[in-house]
Structure formats: structure tokens, C-alpha cells
Design a protein around this ligand. Structure first.
Ligand SMILES: C[S@@+](CC[C@H](N)C(=O)[O-])C[C@H]1O[C@@H](n2cnc3c(N)ncnc32)[C@H](O)[C@@H]1O
Length: 278
């Protein structure tokens, strides 16, 4: 009965790229010392009929680039949730990410947002996380979706693997809208540099899904300028996130080489901004 009940994937473009991060988390969960230990992702991968070689994430070594980024964002999110238990979480471009399962905040109001076809698949593949949880089927660049979200609490906005897919003007408008709508909060997200955008065809998940990256961010001040209350509190190079010491030796050597070349070490960043209403 192999294959019975498995979901055949017909998504293309940016929606398809969520399978790369899902697969990275699933491979990690089988490691003796997993970085995320995300068993829900592993179960989802078992239920998907898709050639995961297309993601370019072919080994647990490569999965570390995905899981270390996710872990950094999880750790920052946990800090915010501990300080603001009664907050609203906007997890934008959630894909098939199990962040709501991993963090499971008991008294937060959580919204997972992605395109309608992604949300439909999510409903079929993933268990509903505990707590006050809802999904919103919309492009984050549409104006209407934010009207469904009450604006009375501090907000944690997390978006992993999204900023680079947006056009700069859309990304800037999105950040302005959320920072103007809530009394205070944090934005946690990763980005590529403009060089990273120019080199996008080197990334298998991007190339093989036929998606296009647009927005490169070279300096966190570009984000601070979007709203007077926004301050960058952390901007880590992707090649220098905590936990790199856990990687197998070949991966650590690869990162060392990467980090020694100035243009390459700034290829990707993970950033944390705080804001209060100005
Ligand atoms: C690389 S995947 C990341 C998925 C997830 N954050 C993760 O880390 O597993 C990119 C995701 O961005 C979503 N996305 C891209 N543009 C979007 C938009 N304008 N509105 C909502 N979601 C978008 C895609 O559907 C896809 O799920």
C-alpha cells in the first residue's frame, strides 16, 4: 500500500520552495543530535509524494542551513513570548512550517498566513497546533488580510524565507502596515543581500521551482527608516548563527571558507527589530 493517502504536490514557484525548508527540518529530526527535533515535519514529509531531490537539500549536513536559521528565529520568538505571553503572533509565509507546534505559546493568539493553495495543503497535512490558532489564506501583499487581526496586543511578526520573494515596495509597505497597526512588537526575519539576489540561480530550490527573488537588503537601517519607532536589535550573518559548532566538520569548513570572503559572508542575514508606536 506504499503511496496510499500521500499528497501529490502540484505547486510551483514560490509556493513550491516551502518543501525545501520542510525537508530540511525532516532530515534534521533523524539526526542523532537534531538541531530542531521537529518530528511533525518528518511525518508531513512521509505523507507527501514529491521528488525532494529538487530542493537541493540532499543530506542532513545541508539541512543545517535551514534548521539553524529556524532555531535562531524560534529562540528569539521564545524570548518575546516569555516577556509578552498575551500577544498576537503573525507568522507570515508559514508554508508548511511547524513553528506554532514547536513554540505552542499557551496564551498568545497565533495567525499563520500564506497563499490559499498553501493553506489548503497545510490543513490536509499538518495537525492543528494547540491554543488560539487560525490560518489566513491570502498573499501578505493584499491589503485586506490584516483587517481580520485584532490590533489590541503587542505583536510578534515572524517571516522566514519570505522577504527575498517580495518586491521591495511590497515588503516595505507590509512592514509599514504592521508597525503602524500595533502598539508595539518585534519583527523577526531573514533576508538576502543584493548580491544574494543577483546570485539566486545558484540556489537549487529557487532555480528548480522557477521562482524569482527580488528584494535584497544590505543594511538593517533600510528597515529602520520604514517607521520612526523601529530599531534593529540584532542582525546576524547566516554563516554565523549560534549552533554552527554542532555541525559536522565538512559543513563547518565550508562555512569558514564562506565567512572569509567579505561579499559572501553578507549573503544572508537574520534580523530582529523592535518597535513601539511613534
Ligand atoms: C521558502 S518558503 C518558506 C516557508 C516557511 N516560512 C518555512 O520556513 O518553511 C517561502 C514561502 O513564502 C510564501 N510566500 C511567498 N510570497 C508570499 C506572499 N506574497 N504572501 C504569502 N506567502 C508568500 C510561499 O507560499 C512559501 O510558503
Amino acid at each position: 500500500m506504499v503511496g496510499m493517502g500521500r499528497e501529490k504536490i502540484t505547486l510551483t514557484g514560490t509556493q513550491e520552495t516551502m518543501l525545501a525548508t520542510l525537508y530540511g527540518r525532516a532530515l534534521d529530526s533523524a539526526l542523532p543530535r537534531p538541531i530542531l527535533g521537529d518530528a511533525v515535519s518528518a511525518e508531513a514529509v512521509r505523507r507527501i509524494d514529491y521528488d525532494f531531490r529538487k530542493t537541493g537539500i540532499t543530506s542532513a549536513t545541508k539541512s543545517a542551513s535551514v534548521t539553524l536559521r529556524a532555531k535562531t528565529l524560534d529562540d528569539w520568538a521564545r524570548e518575546f513570548l516569555a516577556a509578552n505571553p498575551e500577544c498576537t503572533v503573525l507568522h507570515l509565509a508559514c508554508g508548511l512550517d511547524t513553528r506554532a507546534h514547536r513554540l505552542a505559546p499557551p496564551s498568545a493568539r497565533w495567525f499563520d498566513v500564506d497563499f490559499p493553495d498553501v493553506v489548503e495543503l497545510r490543513e490536509r497535512l499538518l495537525p492543528t497546533p494547540p491554543g488560539d490558532y487560525a490560518m489566513i489564506s491570502s498573499s501578505v501583499t493584499d491589503e485586506a488580510w490584516l483587517e481580520q487581526v485584532p490590533d489590541d496586543r503587542p505583536v510578534l511578526v515572524v517571516f522566514e524565507g519570505l522577504s527575498m520573494y517580495l518586491r521591495e515596495e511590497d515588503g516595505a509597505r507590509l512592514i509599514r502596515r504592521v508597525t503602524e497597526s500595533f502598539p508595539s512588537g518585534e519583527l523577526l526575519f531573514d533576508c538576502f543581500s543584493s548580491l544574494g539576489i543577483r546570485a539566486q540561480k545558484l540556489i537549487p530550490a529557487v532555480r528548480n521551482s522557477g521562482s524569482t527573488l527580488h528584494w535584497g537588503i544590505d543594511d538593517p537601517r533600510e528597515i529602520e527608516r520604514l517607521h520612526p519607532g523601529l530599531t534593529c536589535v540584532n542582525a546576524l550573518r547566516s554563516v554565523a548563527v549560534p549552533g554552527i559548532e554542532l555541525l559536522p566538520l565538512p559543513a563547518r569548513i565550508g562555512l569558514k571558507v564562506f565567512s572569509a570572503i567579505p561579499a559572501l559572508r553578507d549573503f544572508g542575514r537574520i534580523m530582529r527589530f523592535r518597535f513601539t508606536s511613534a
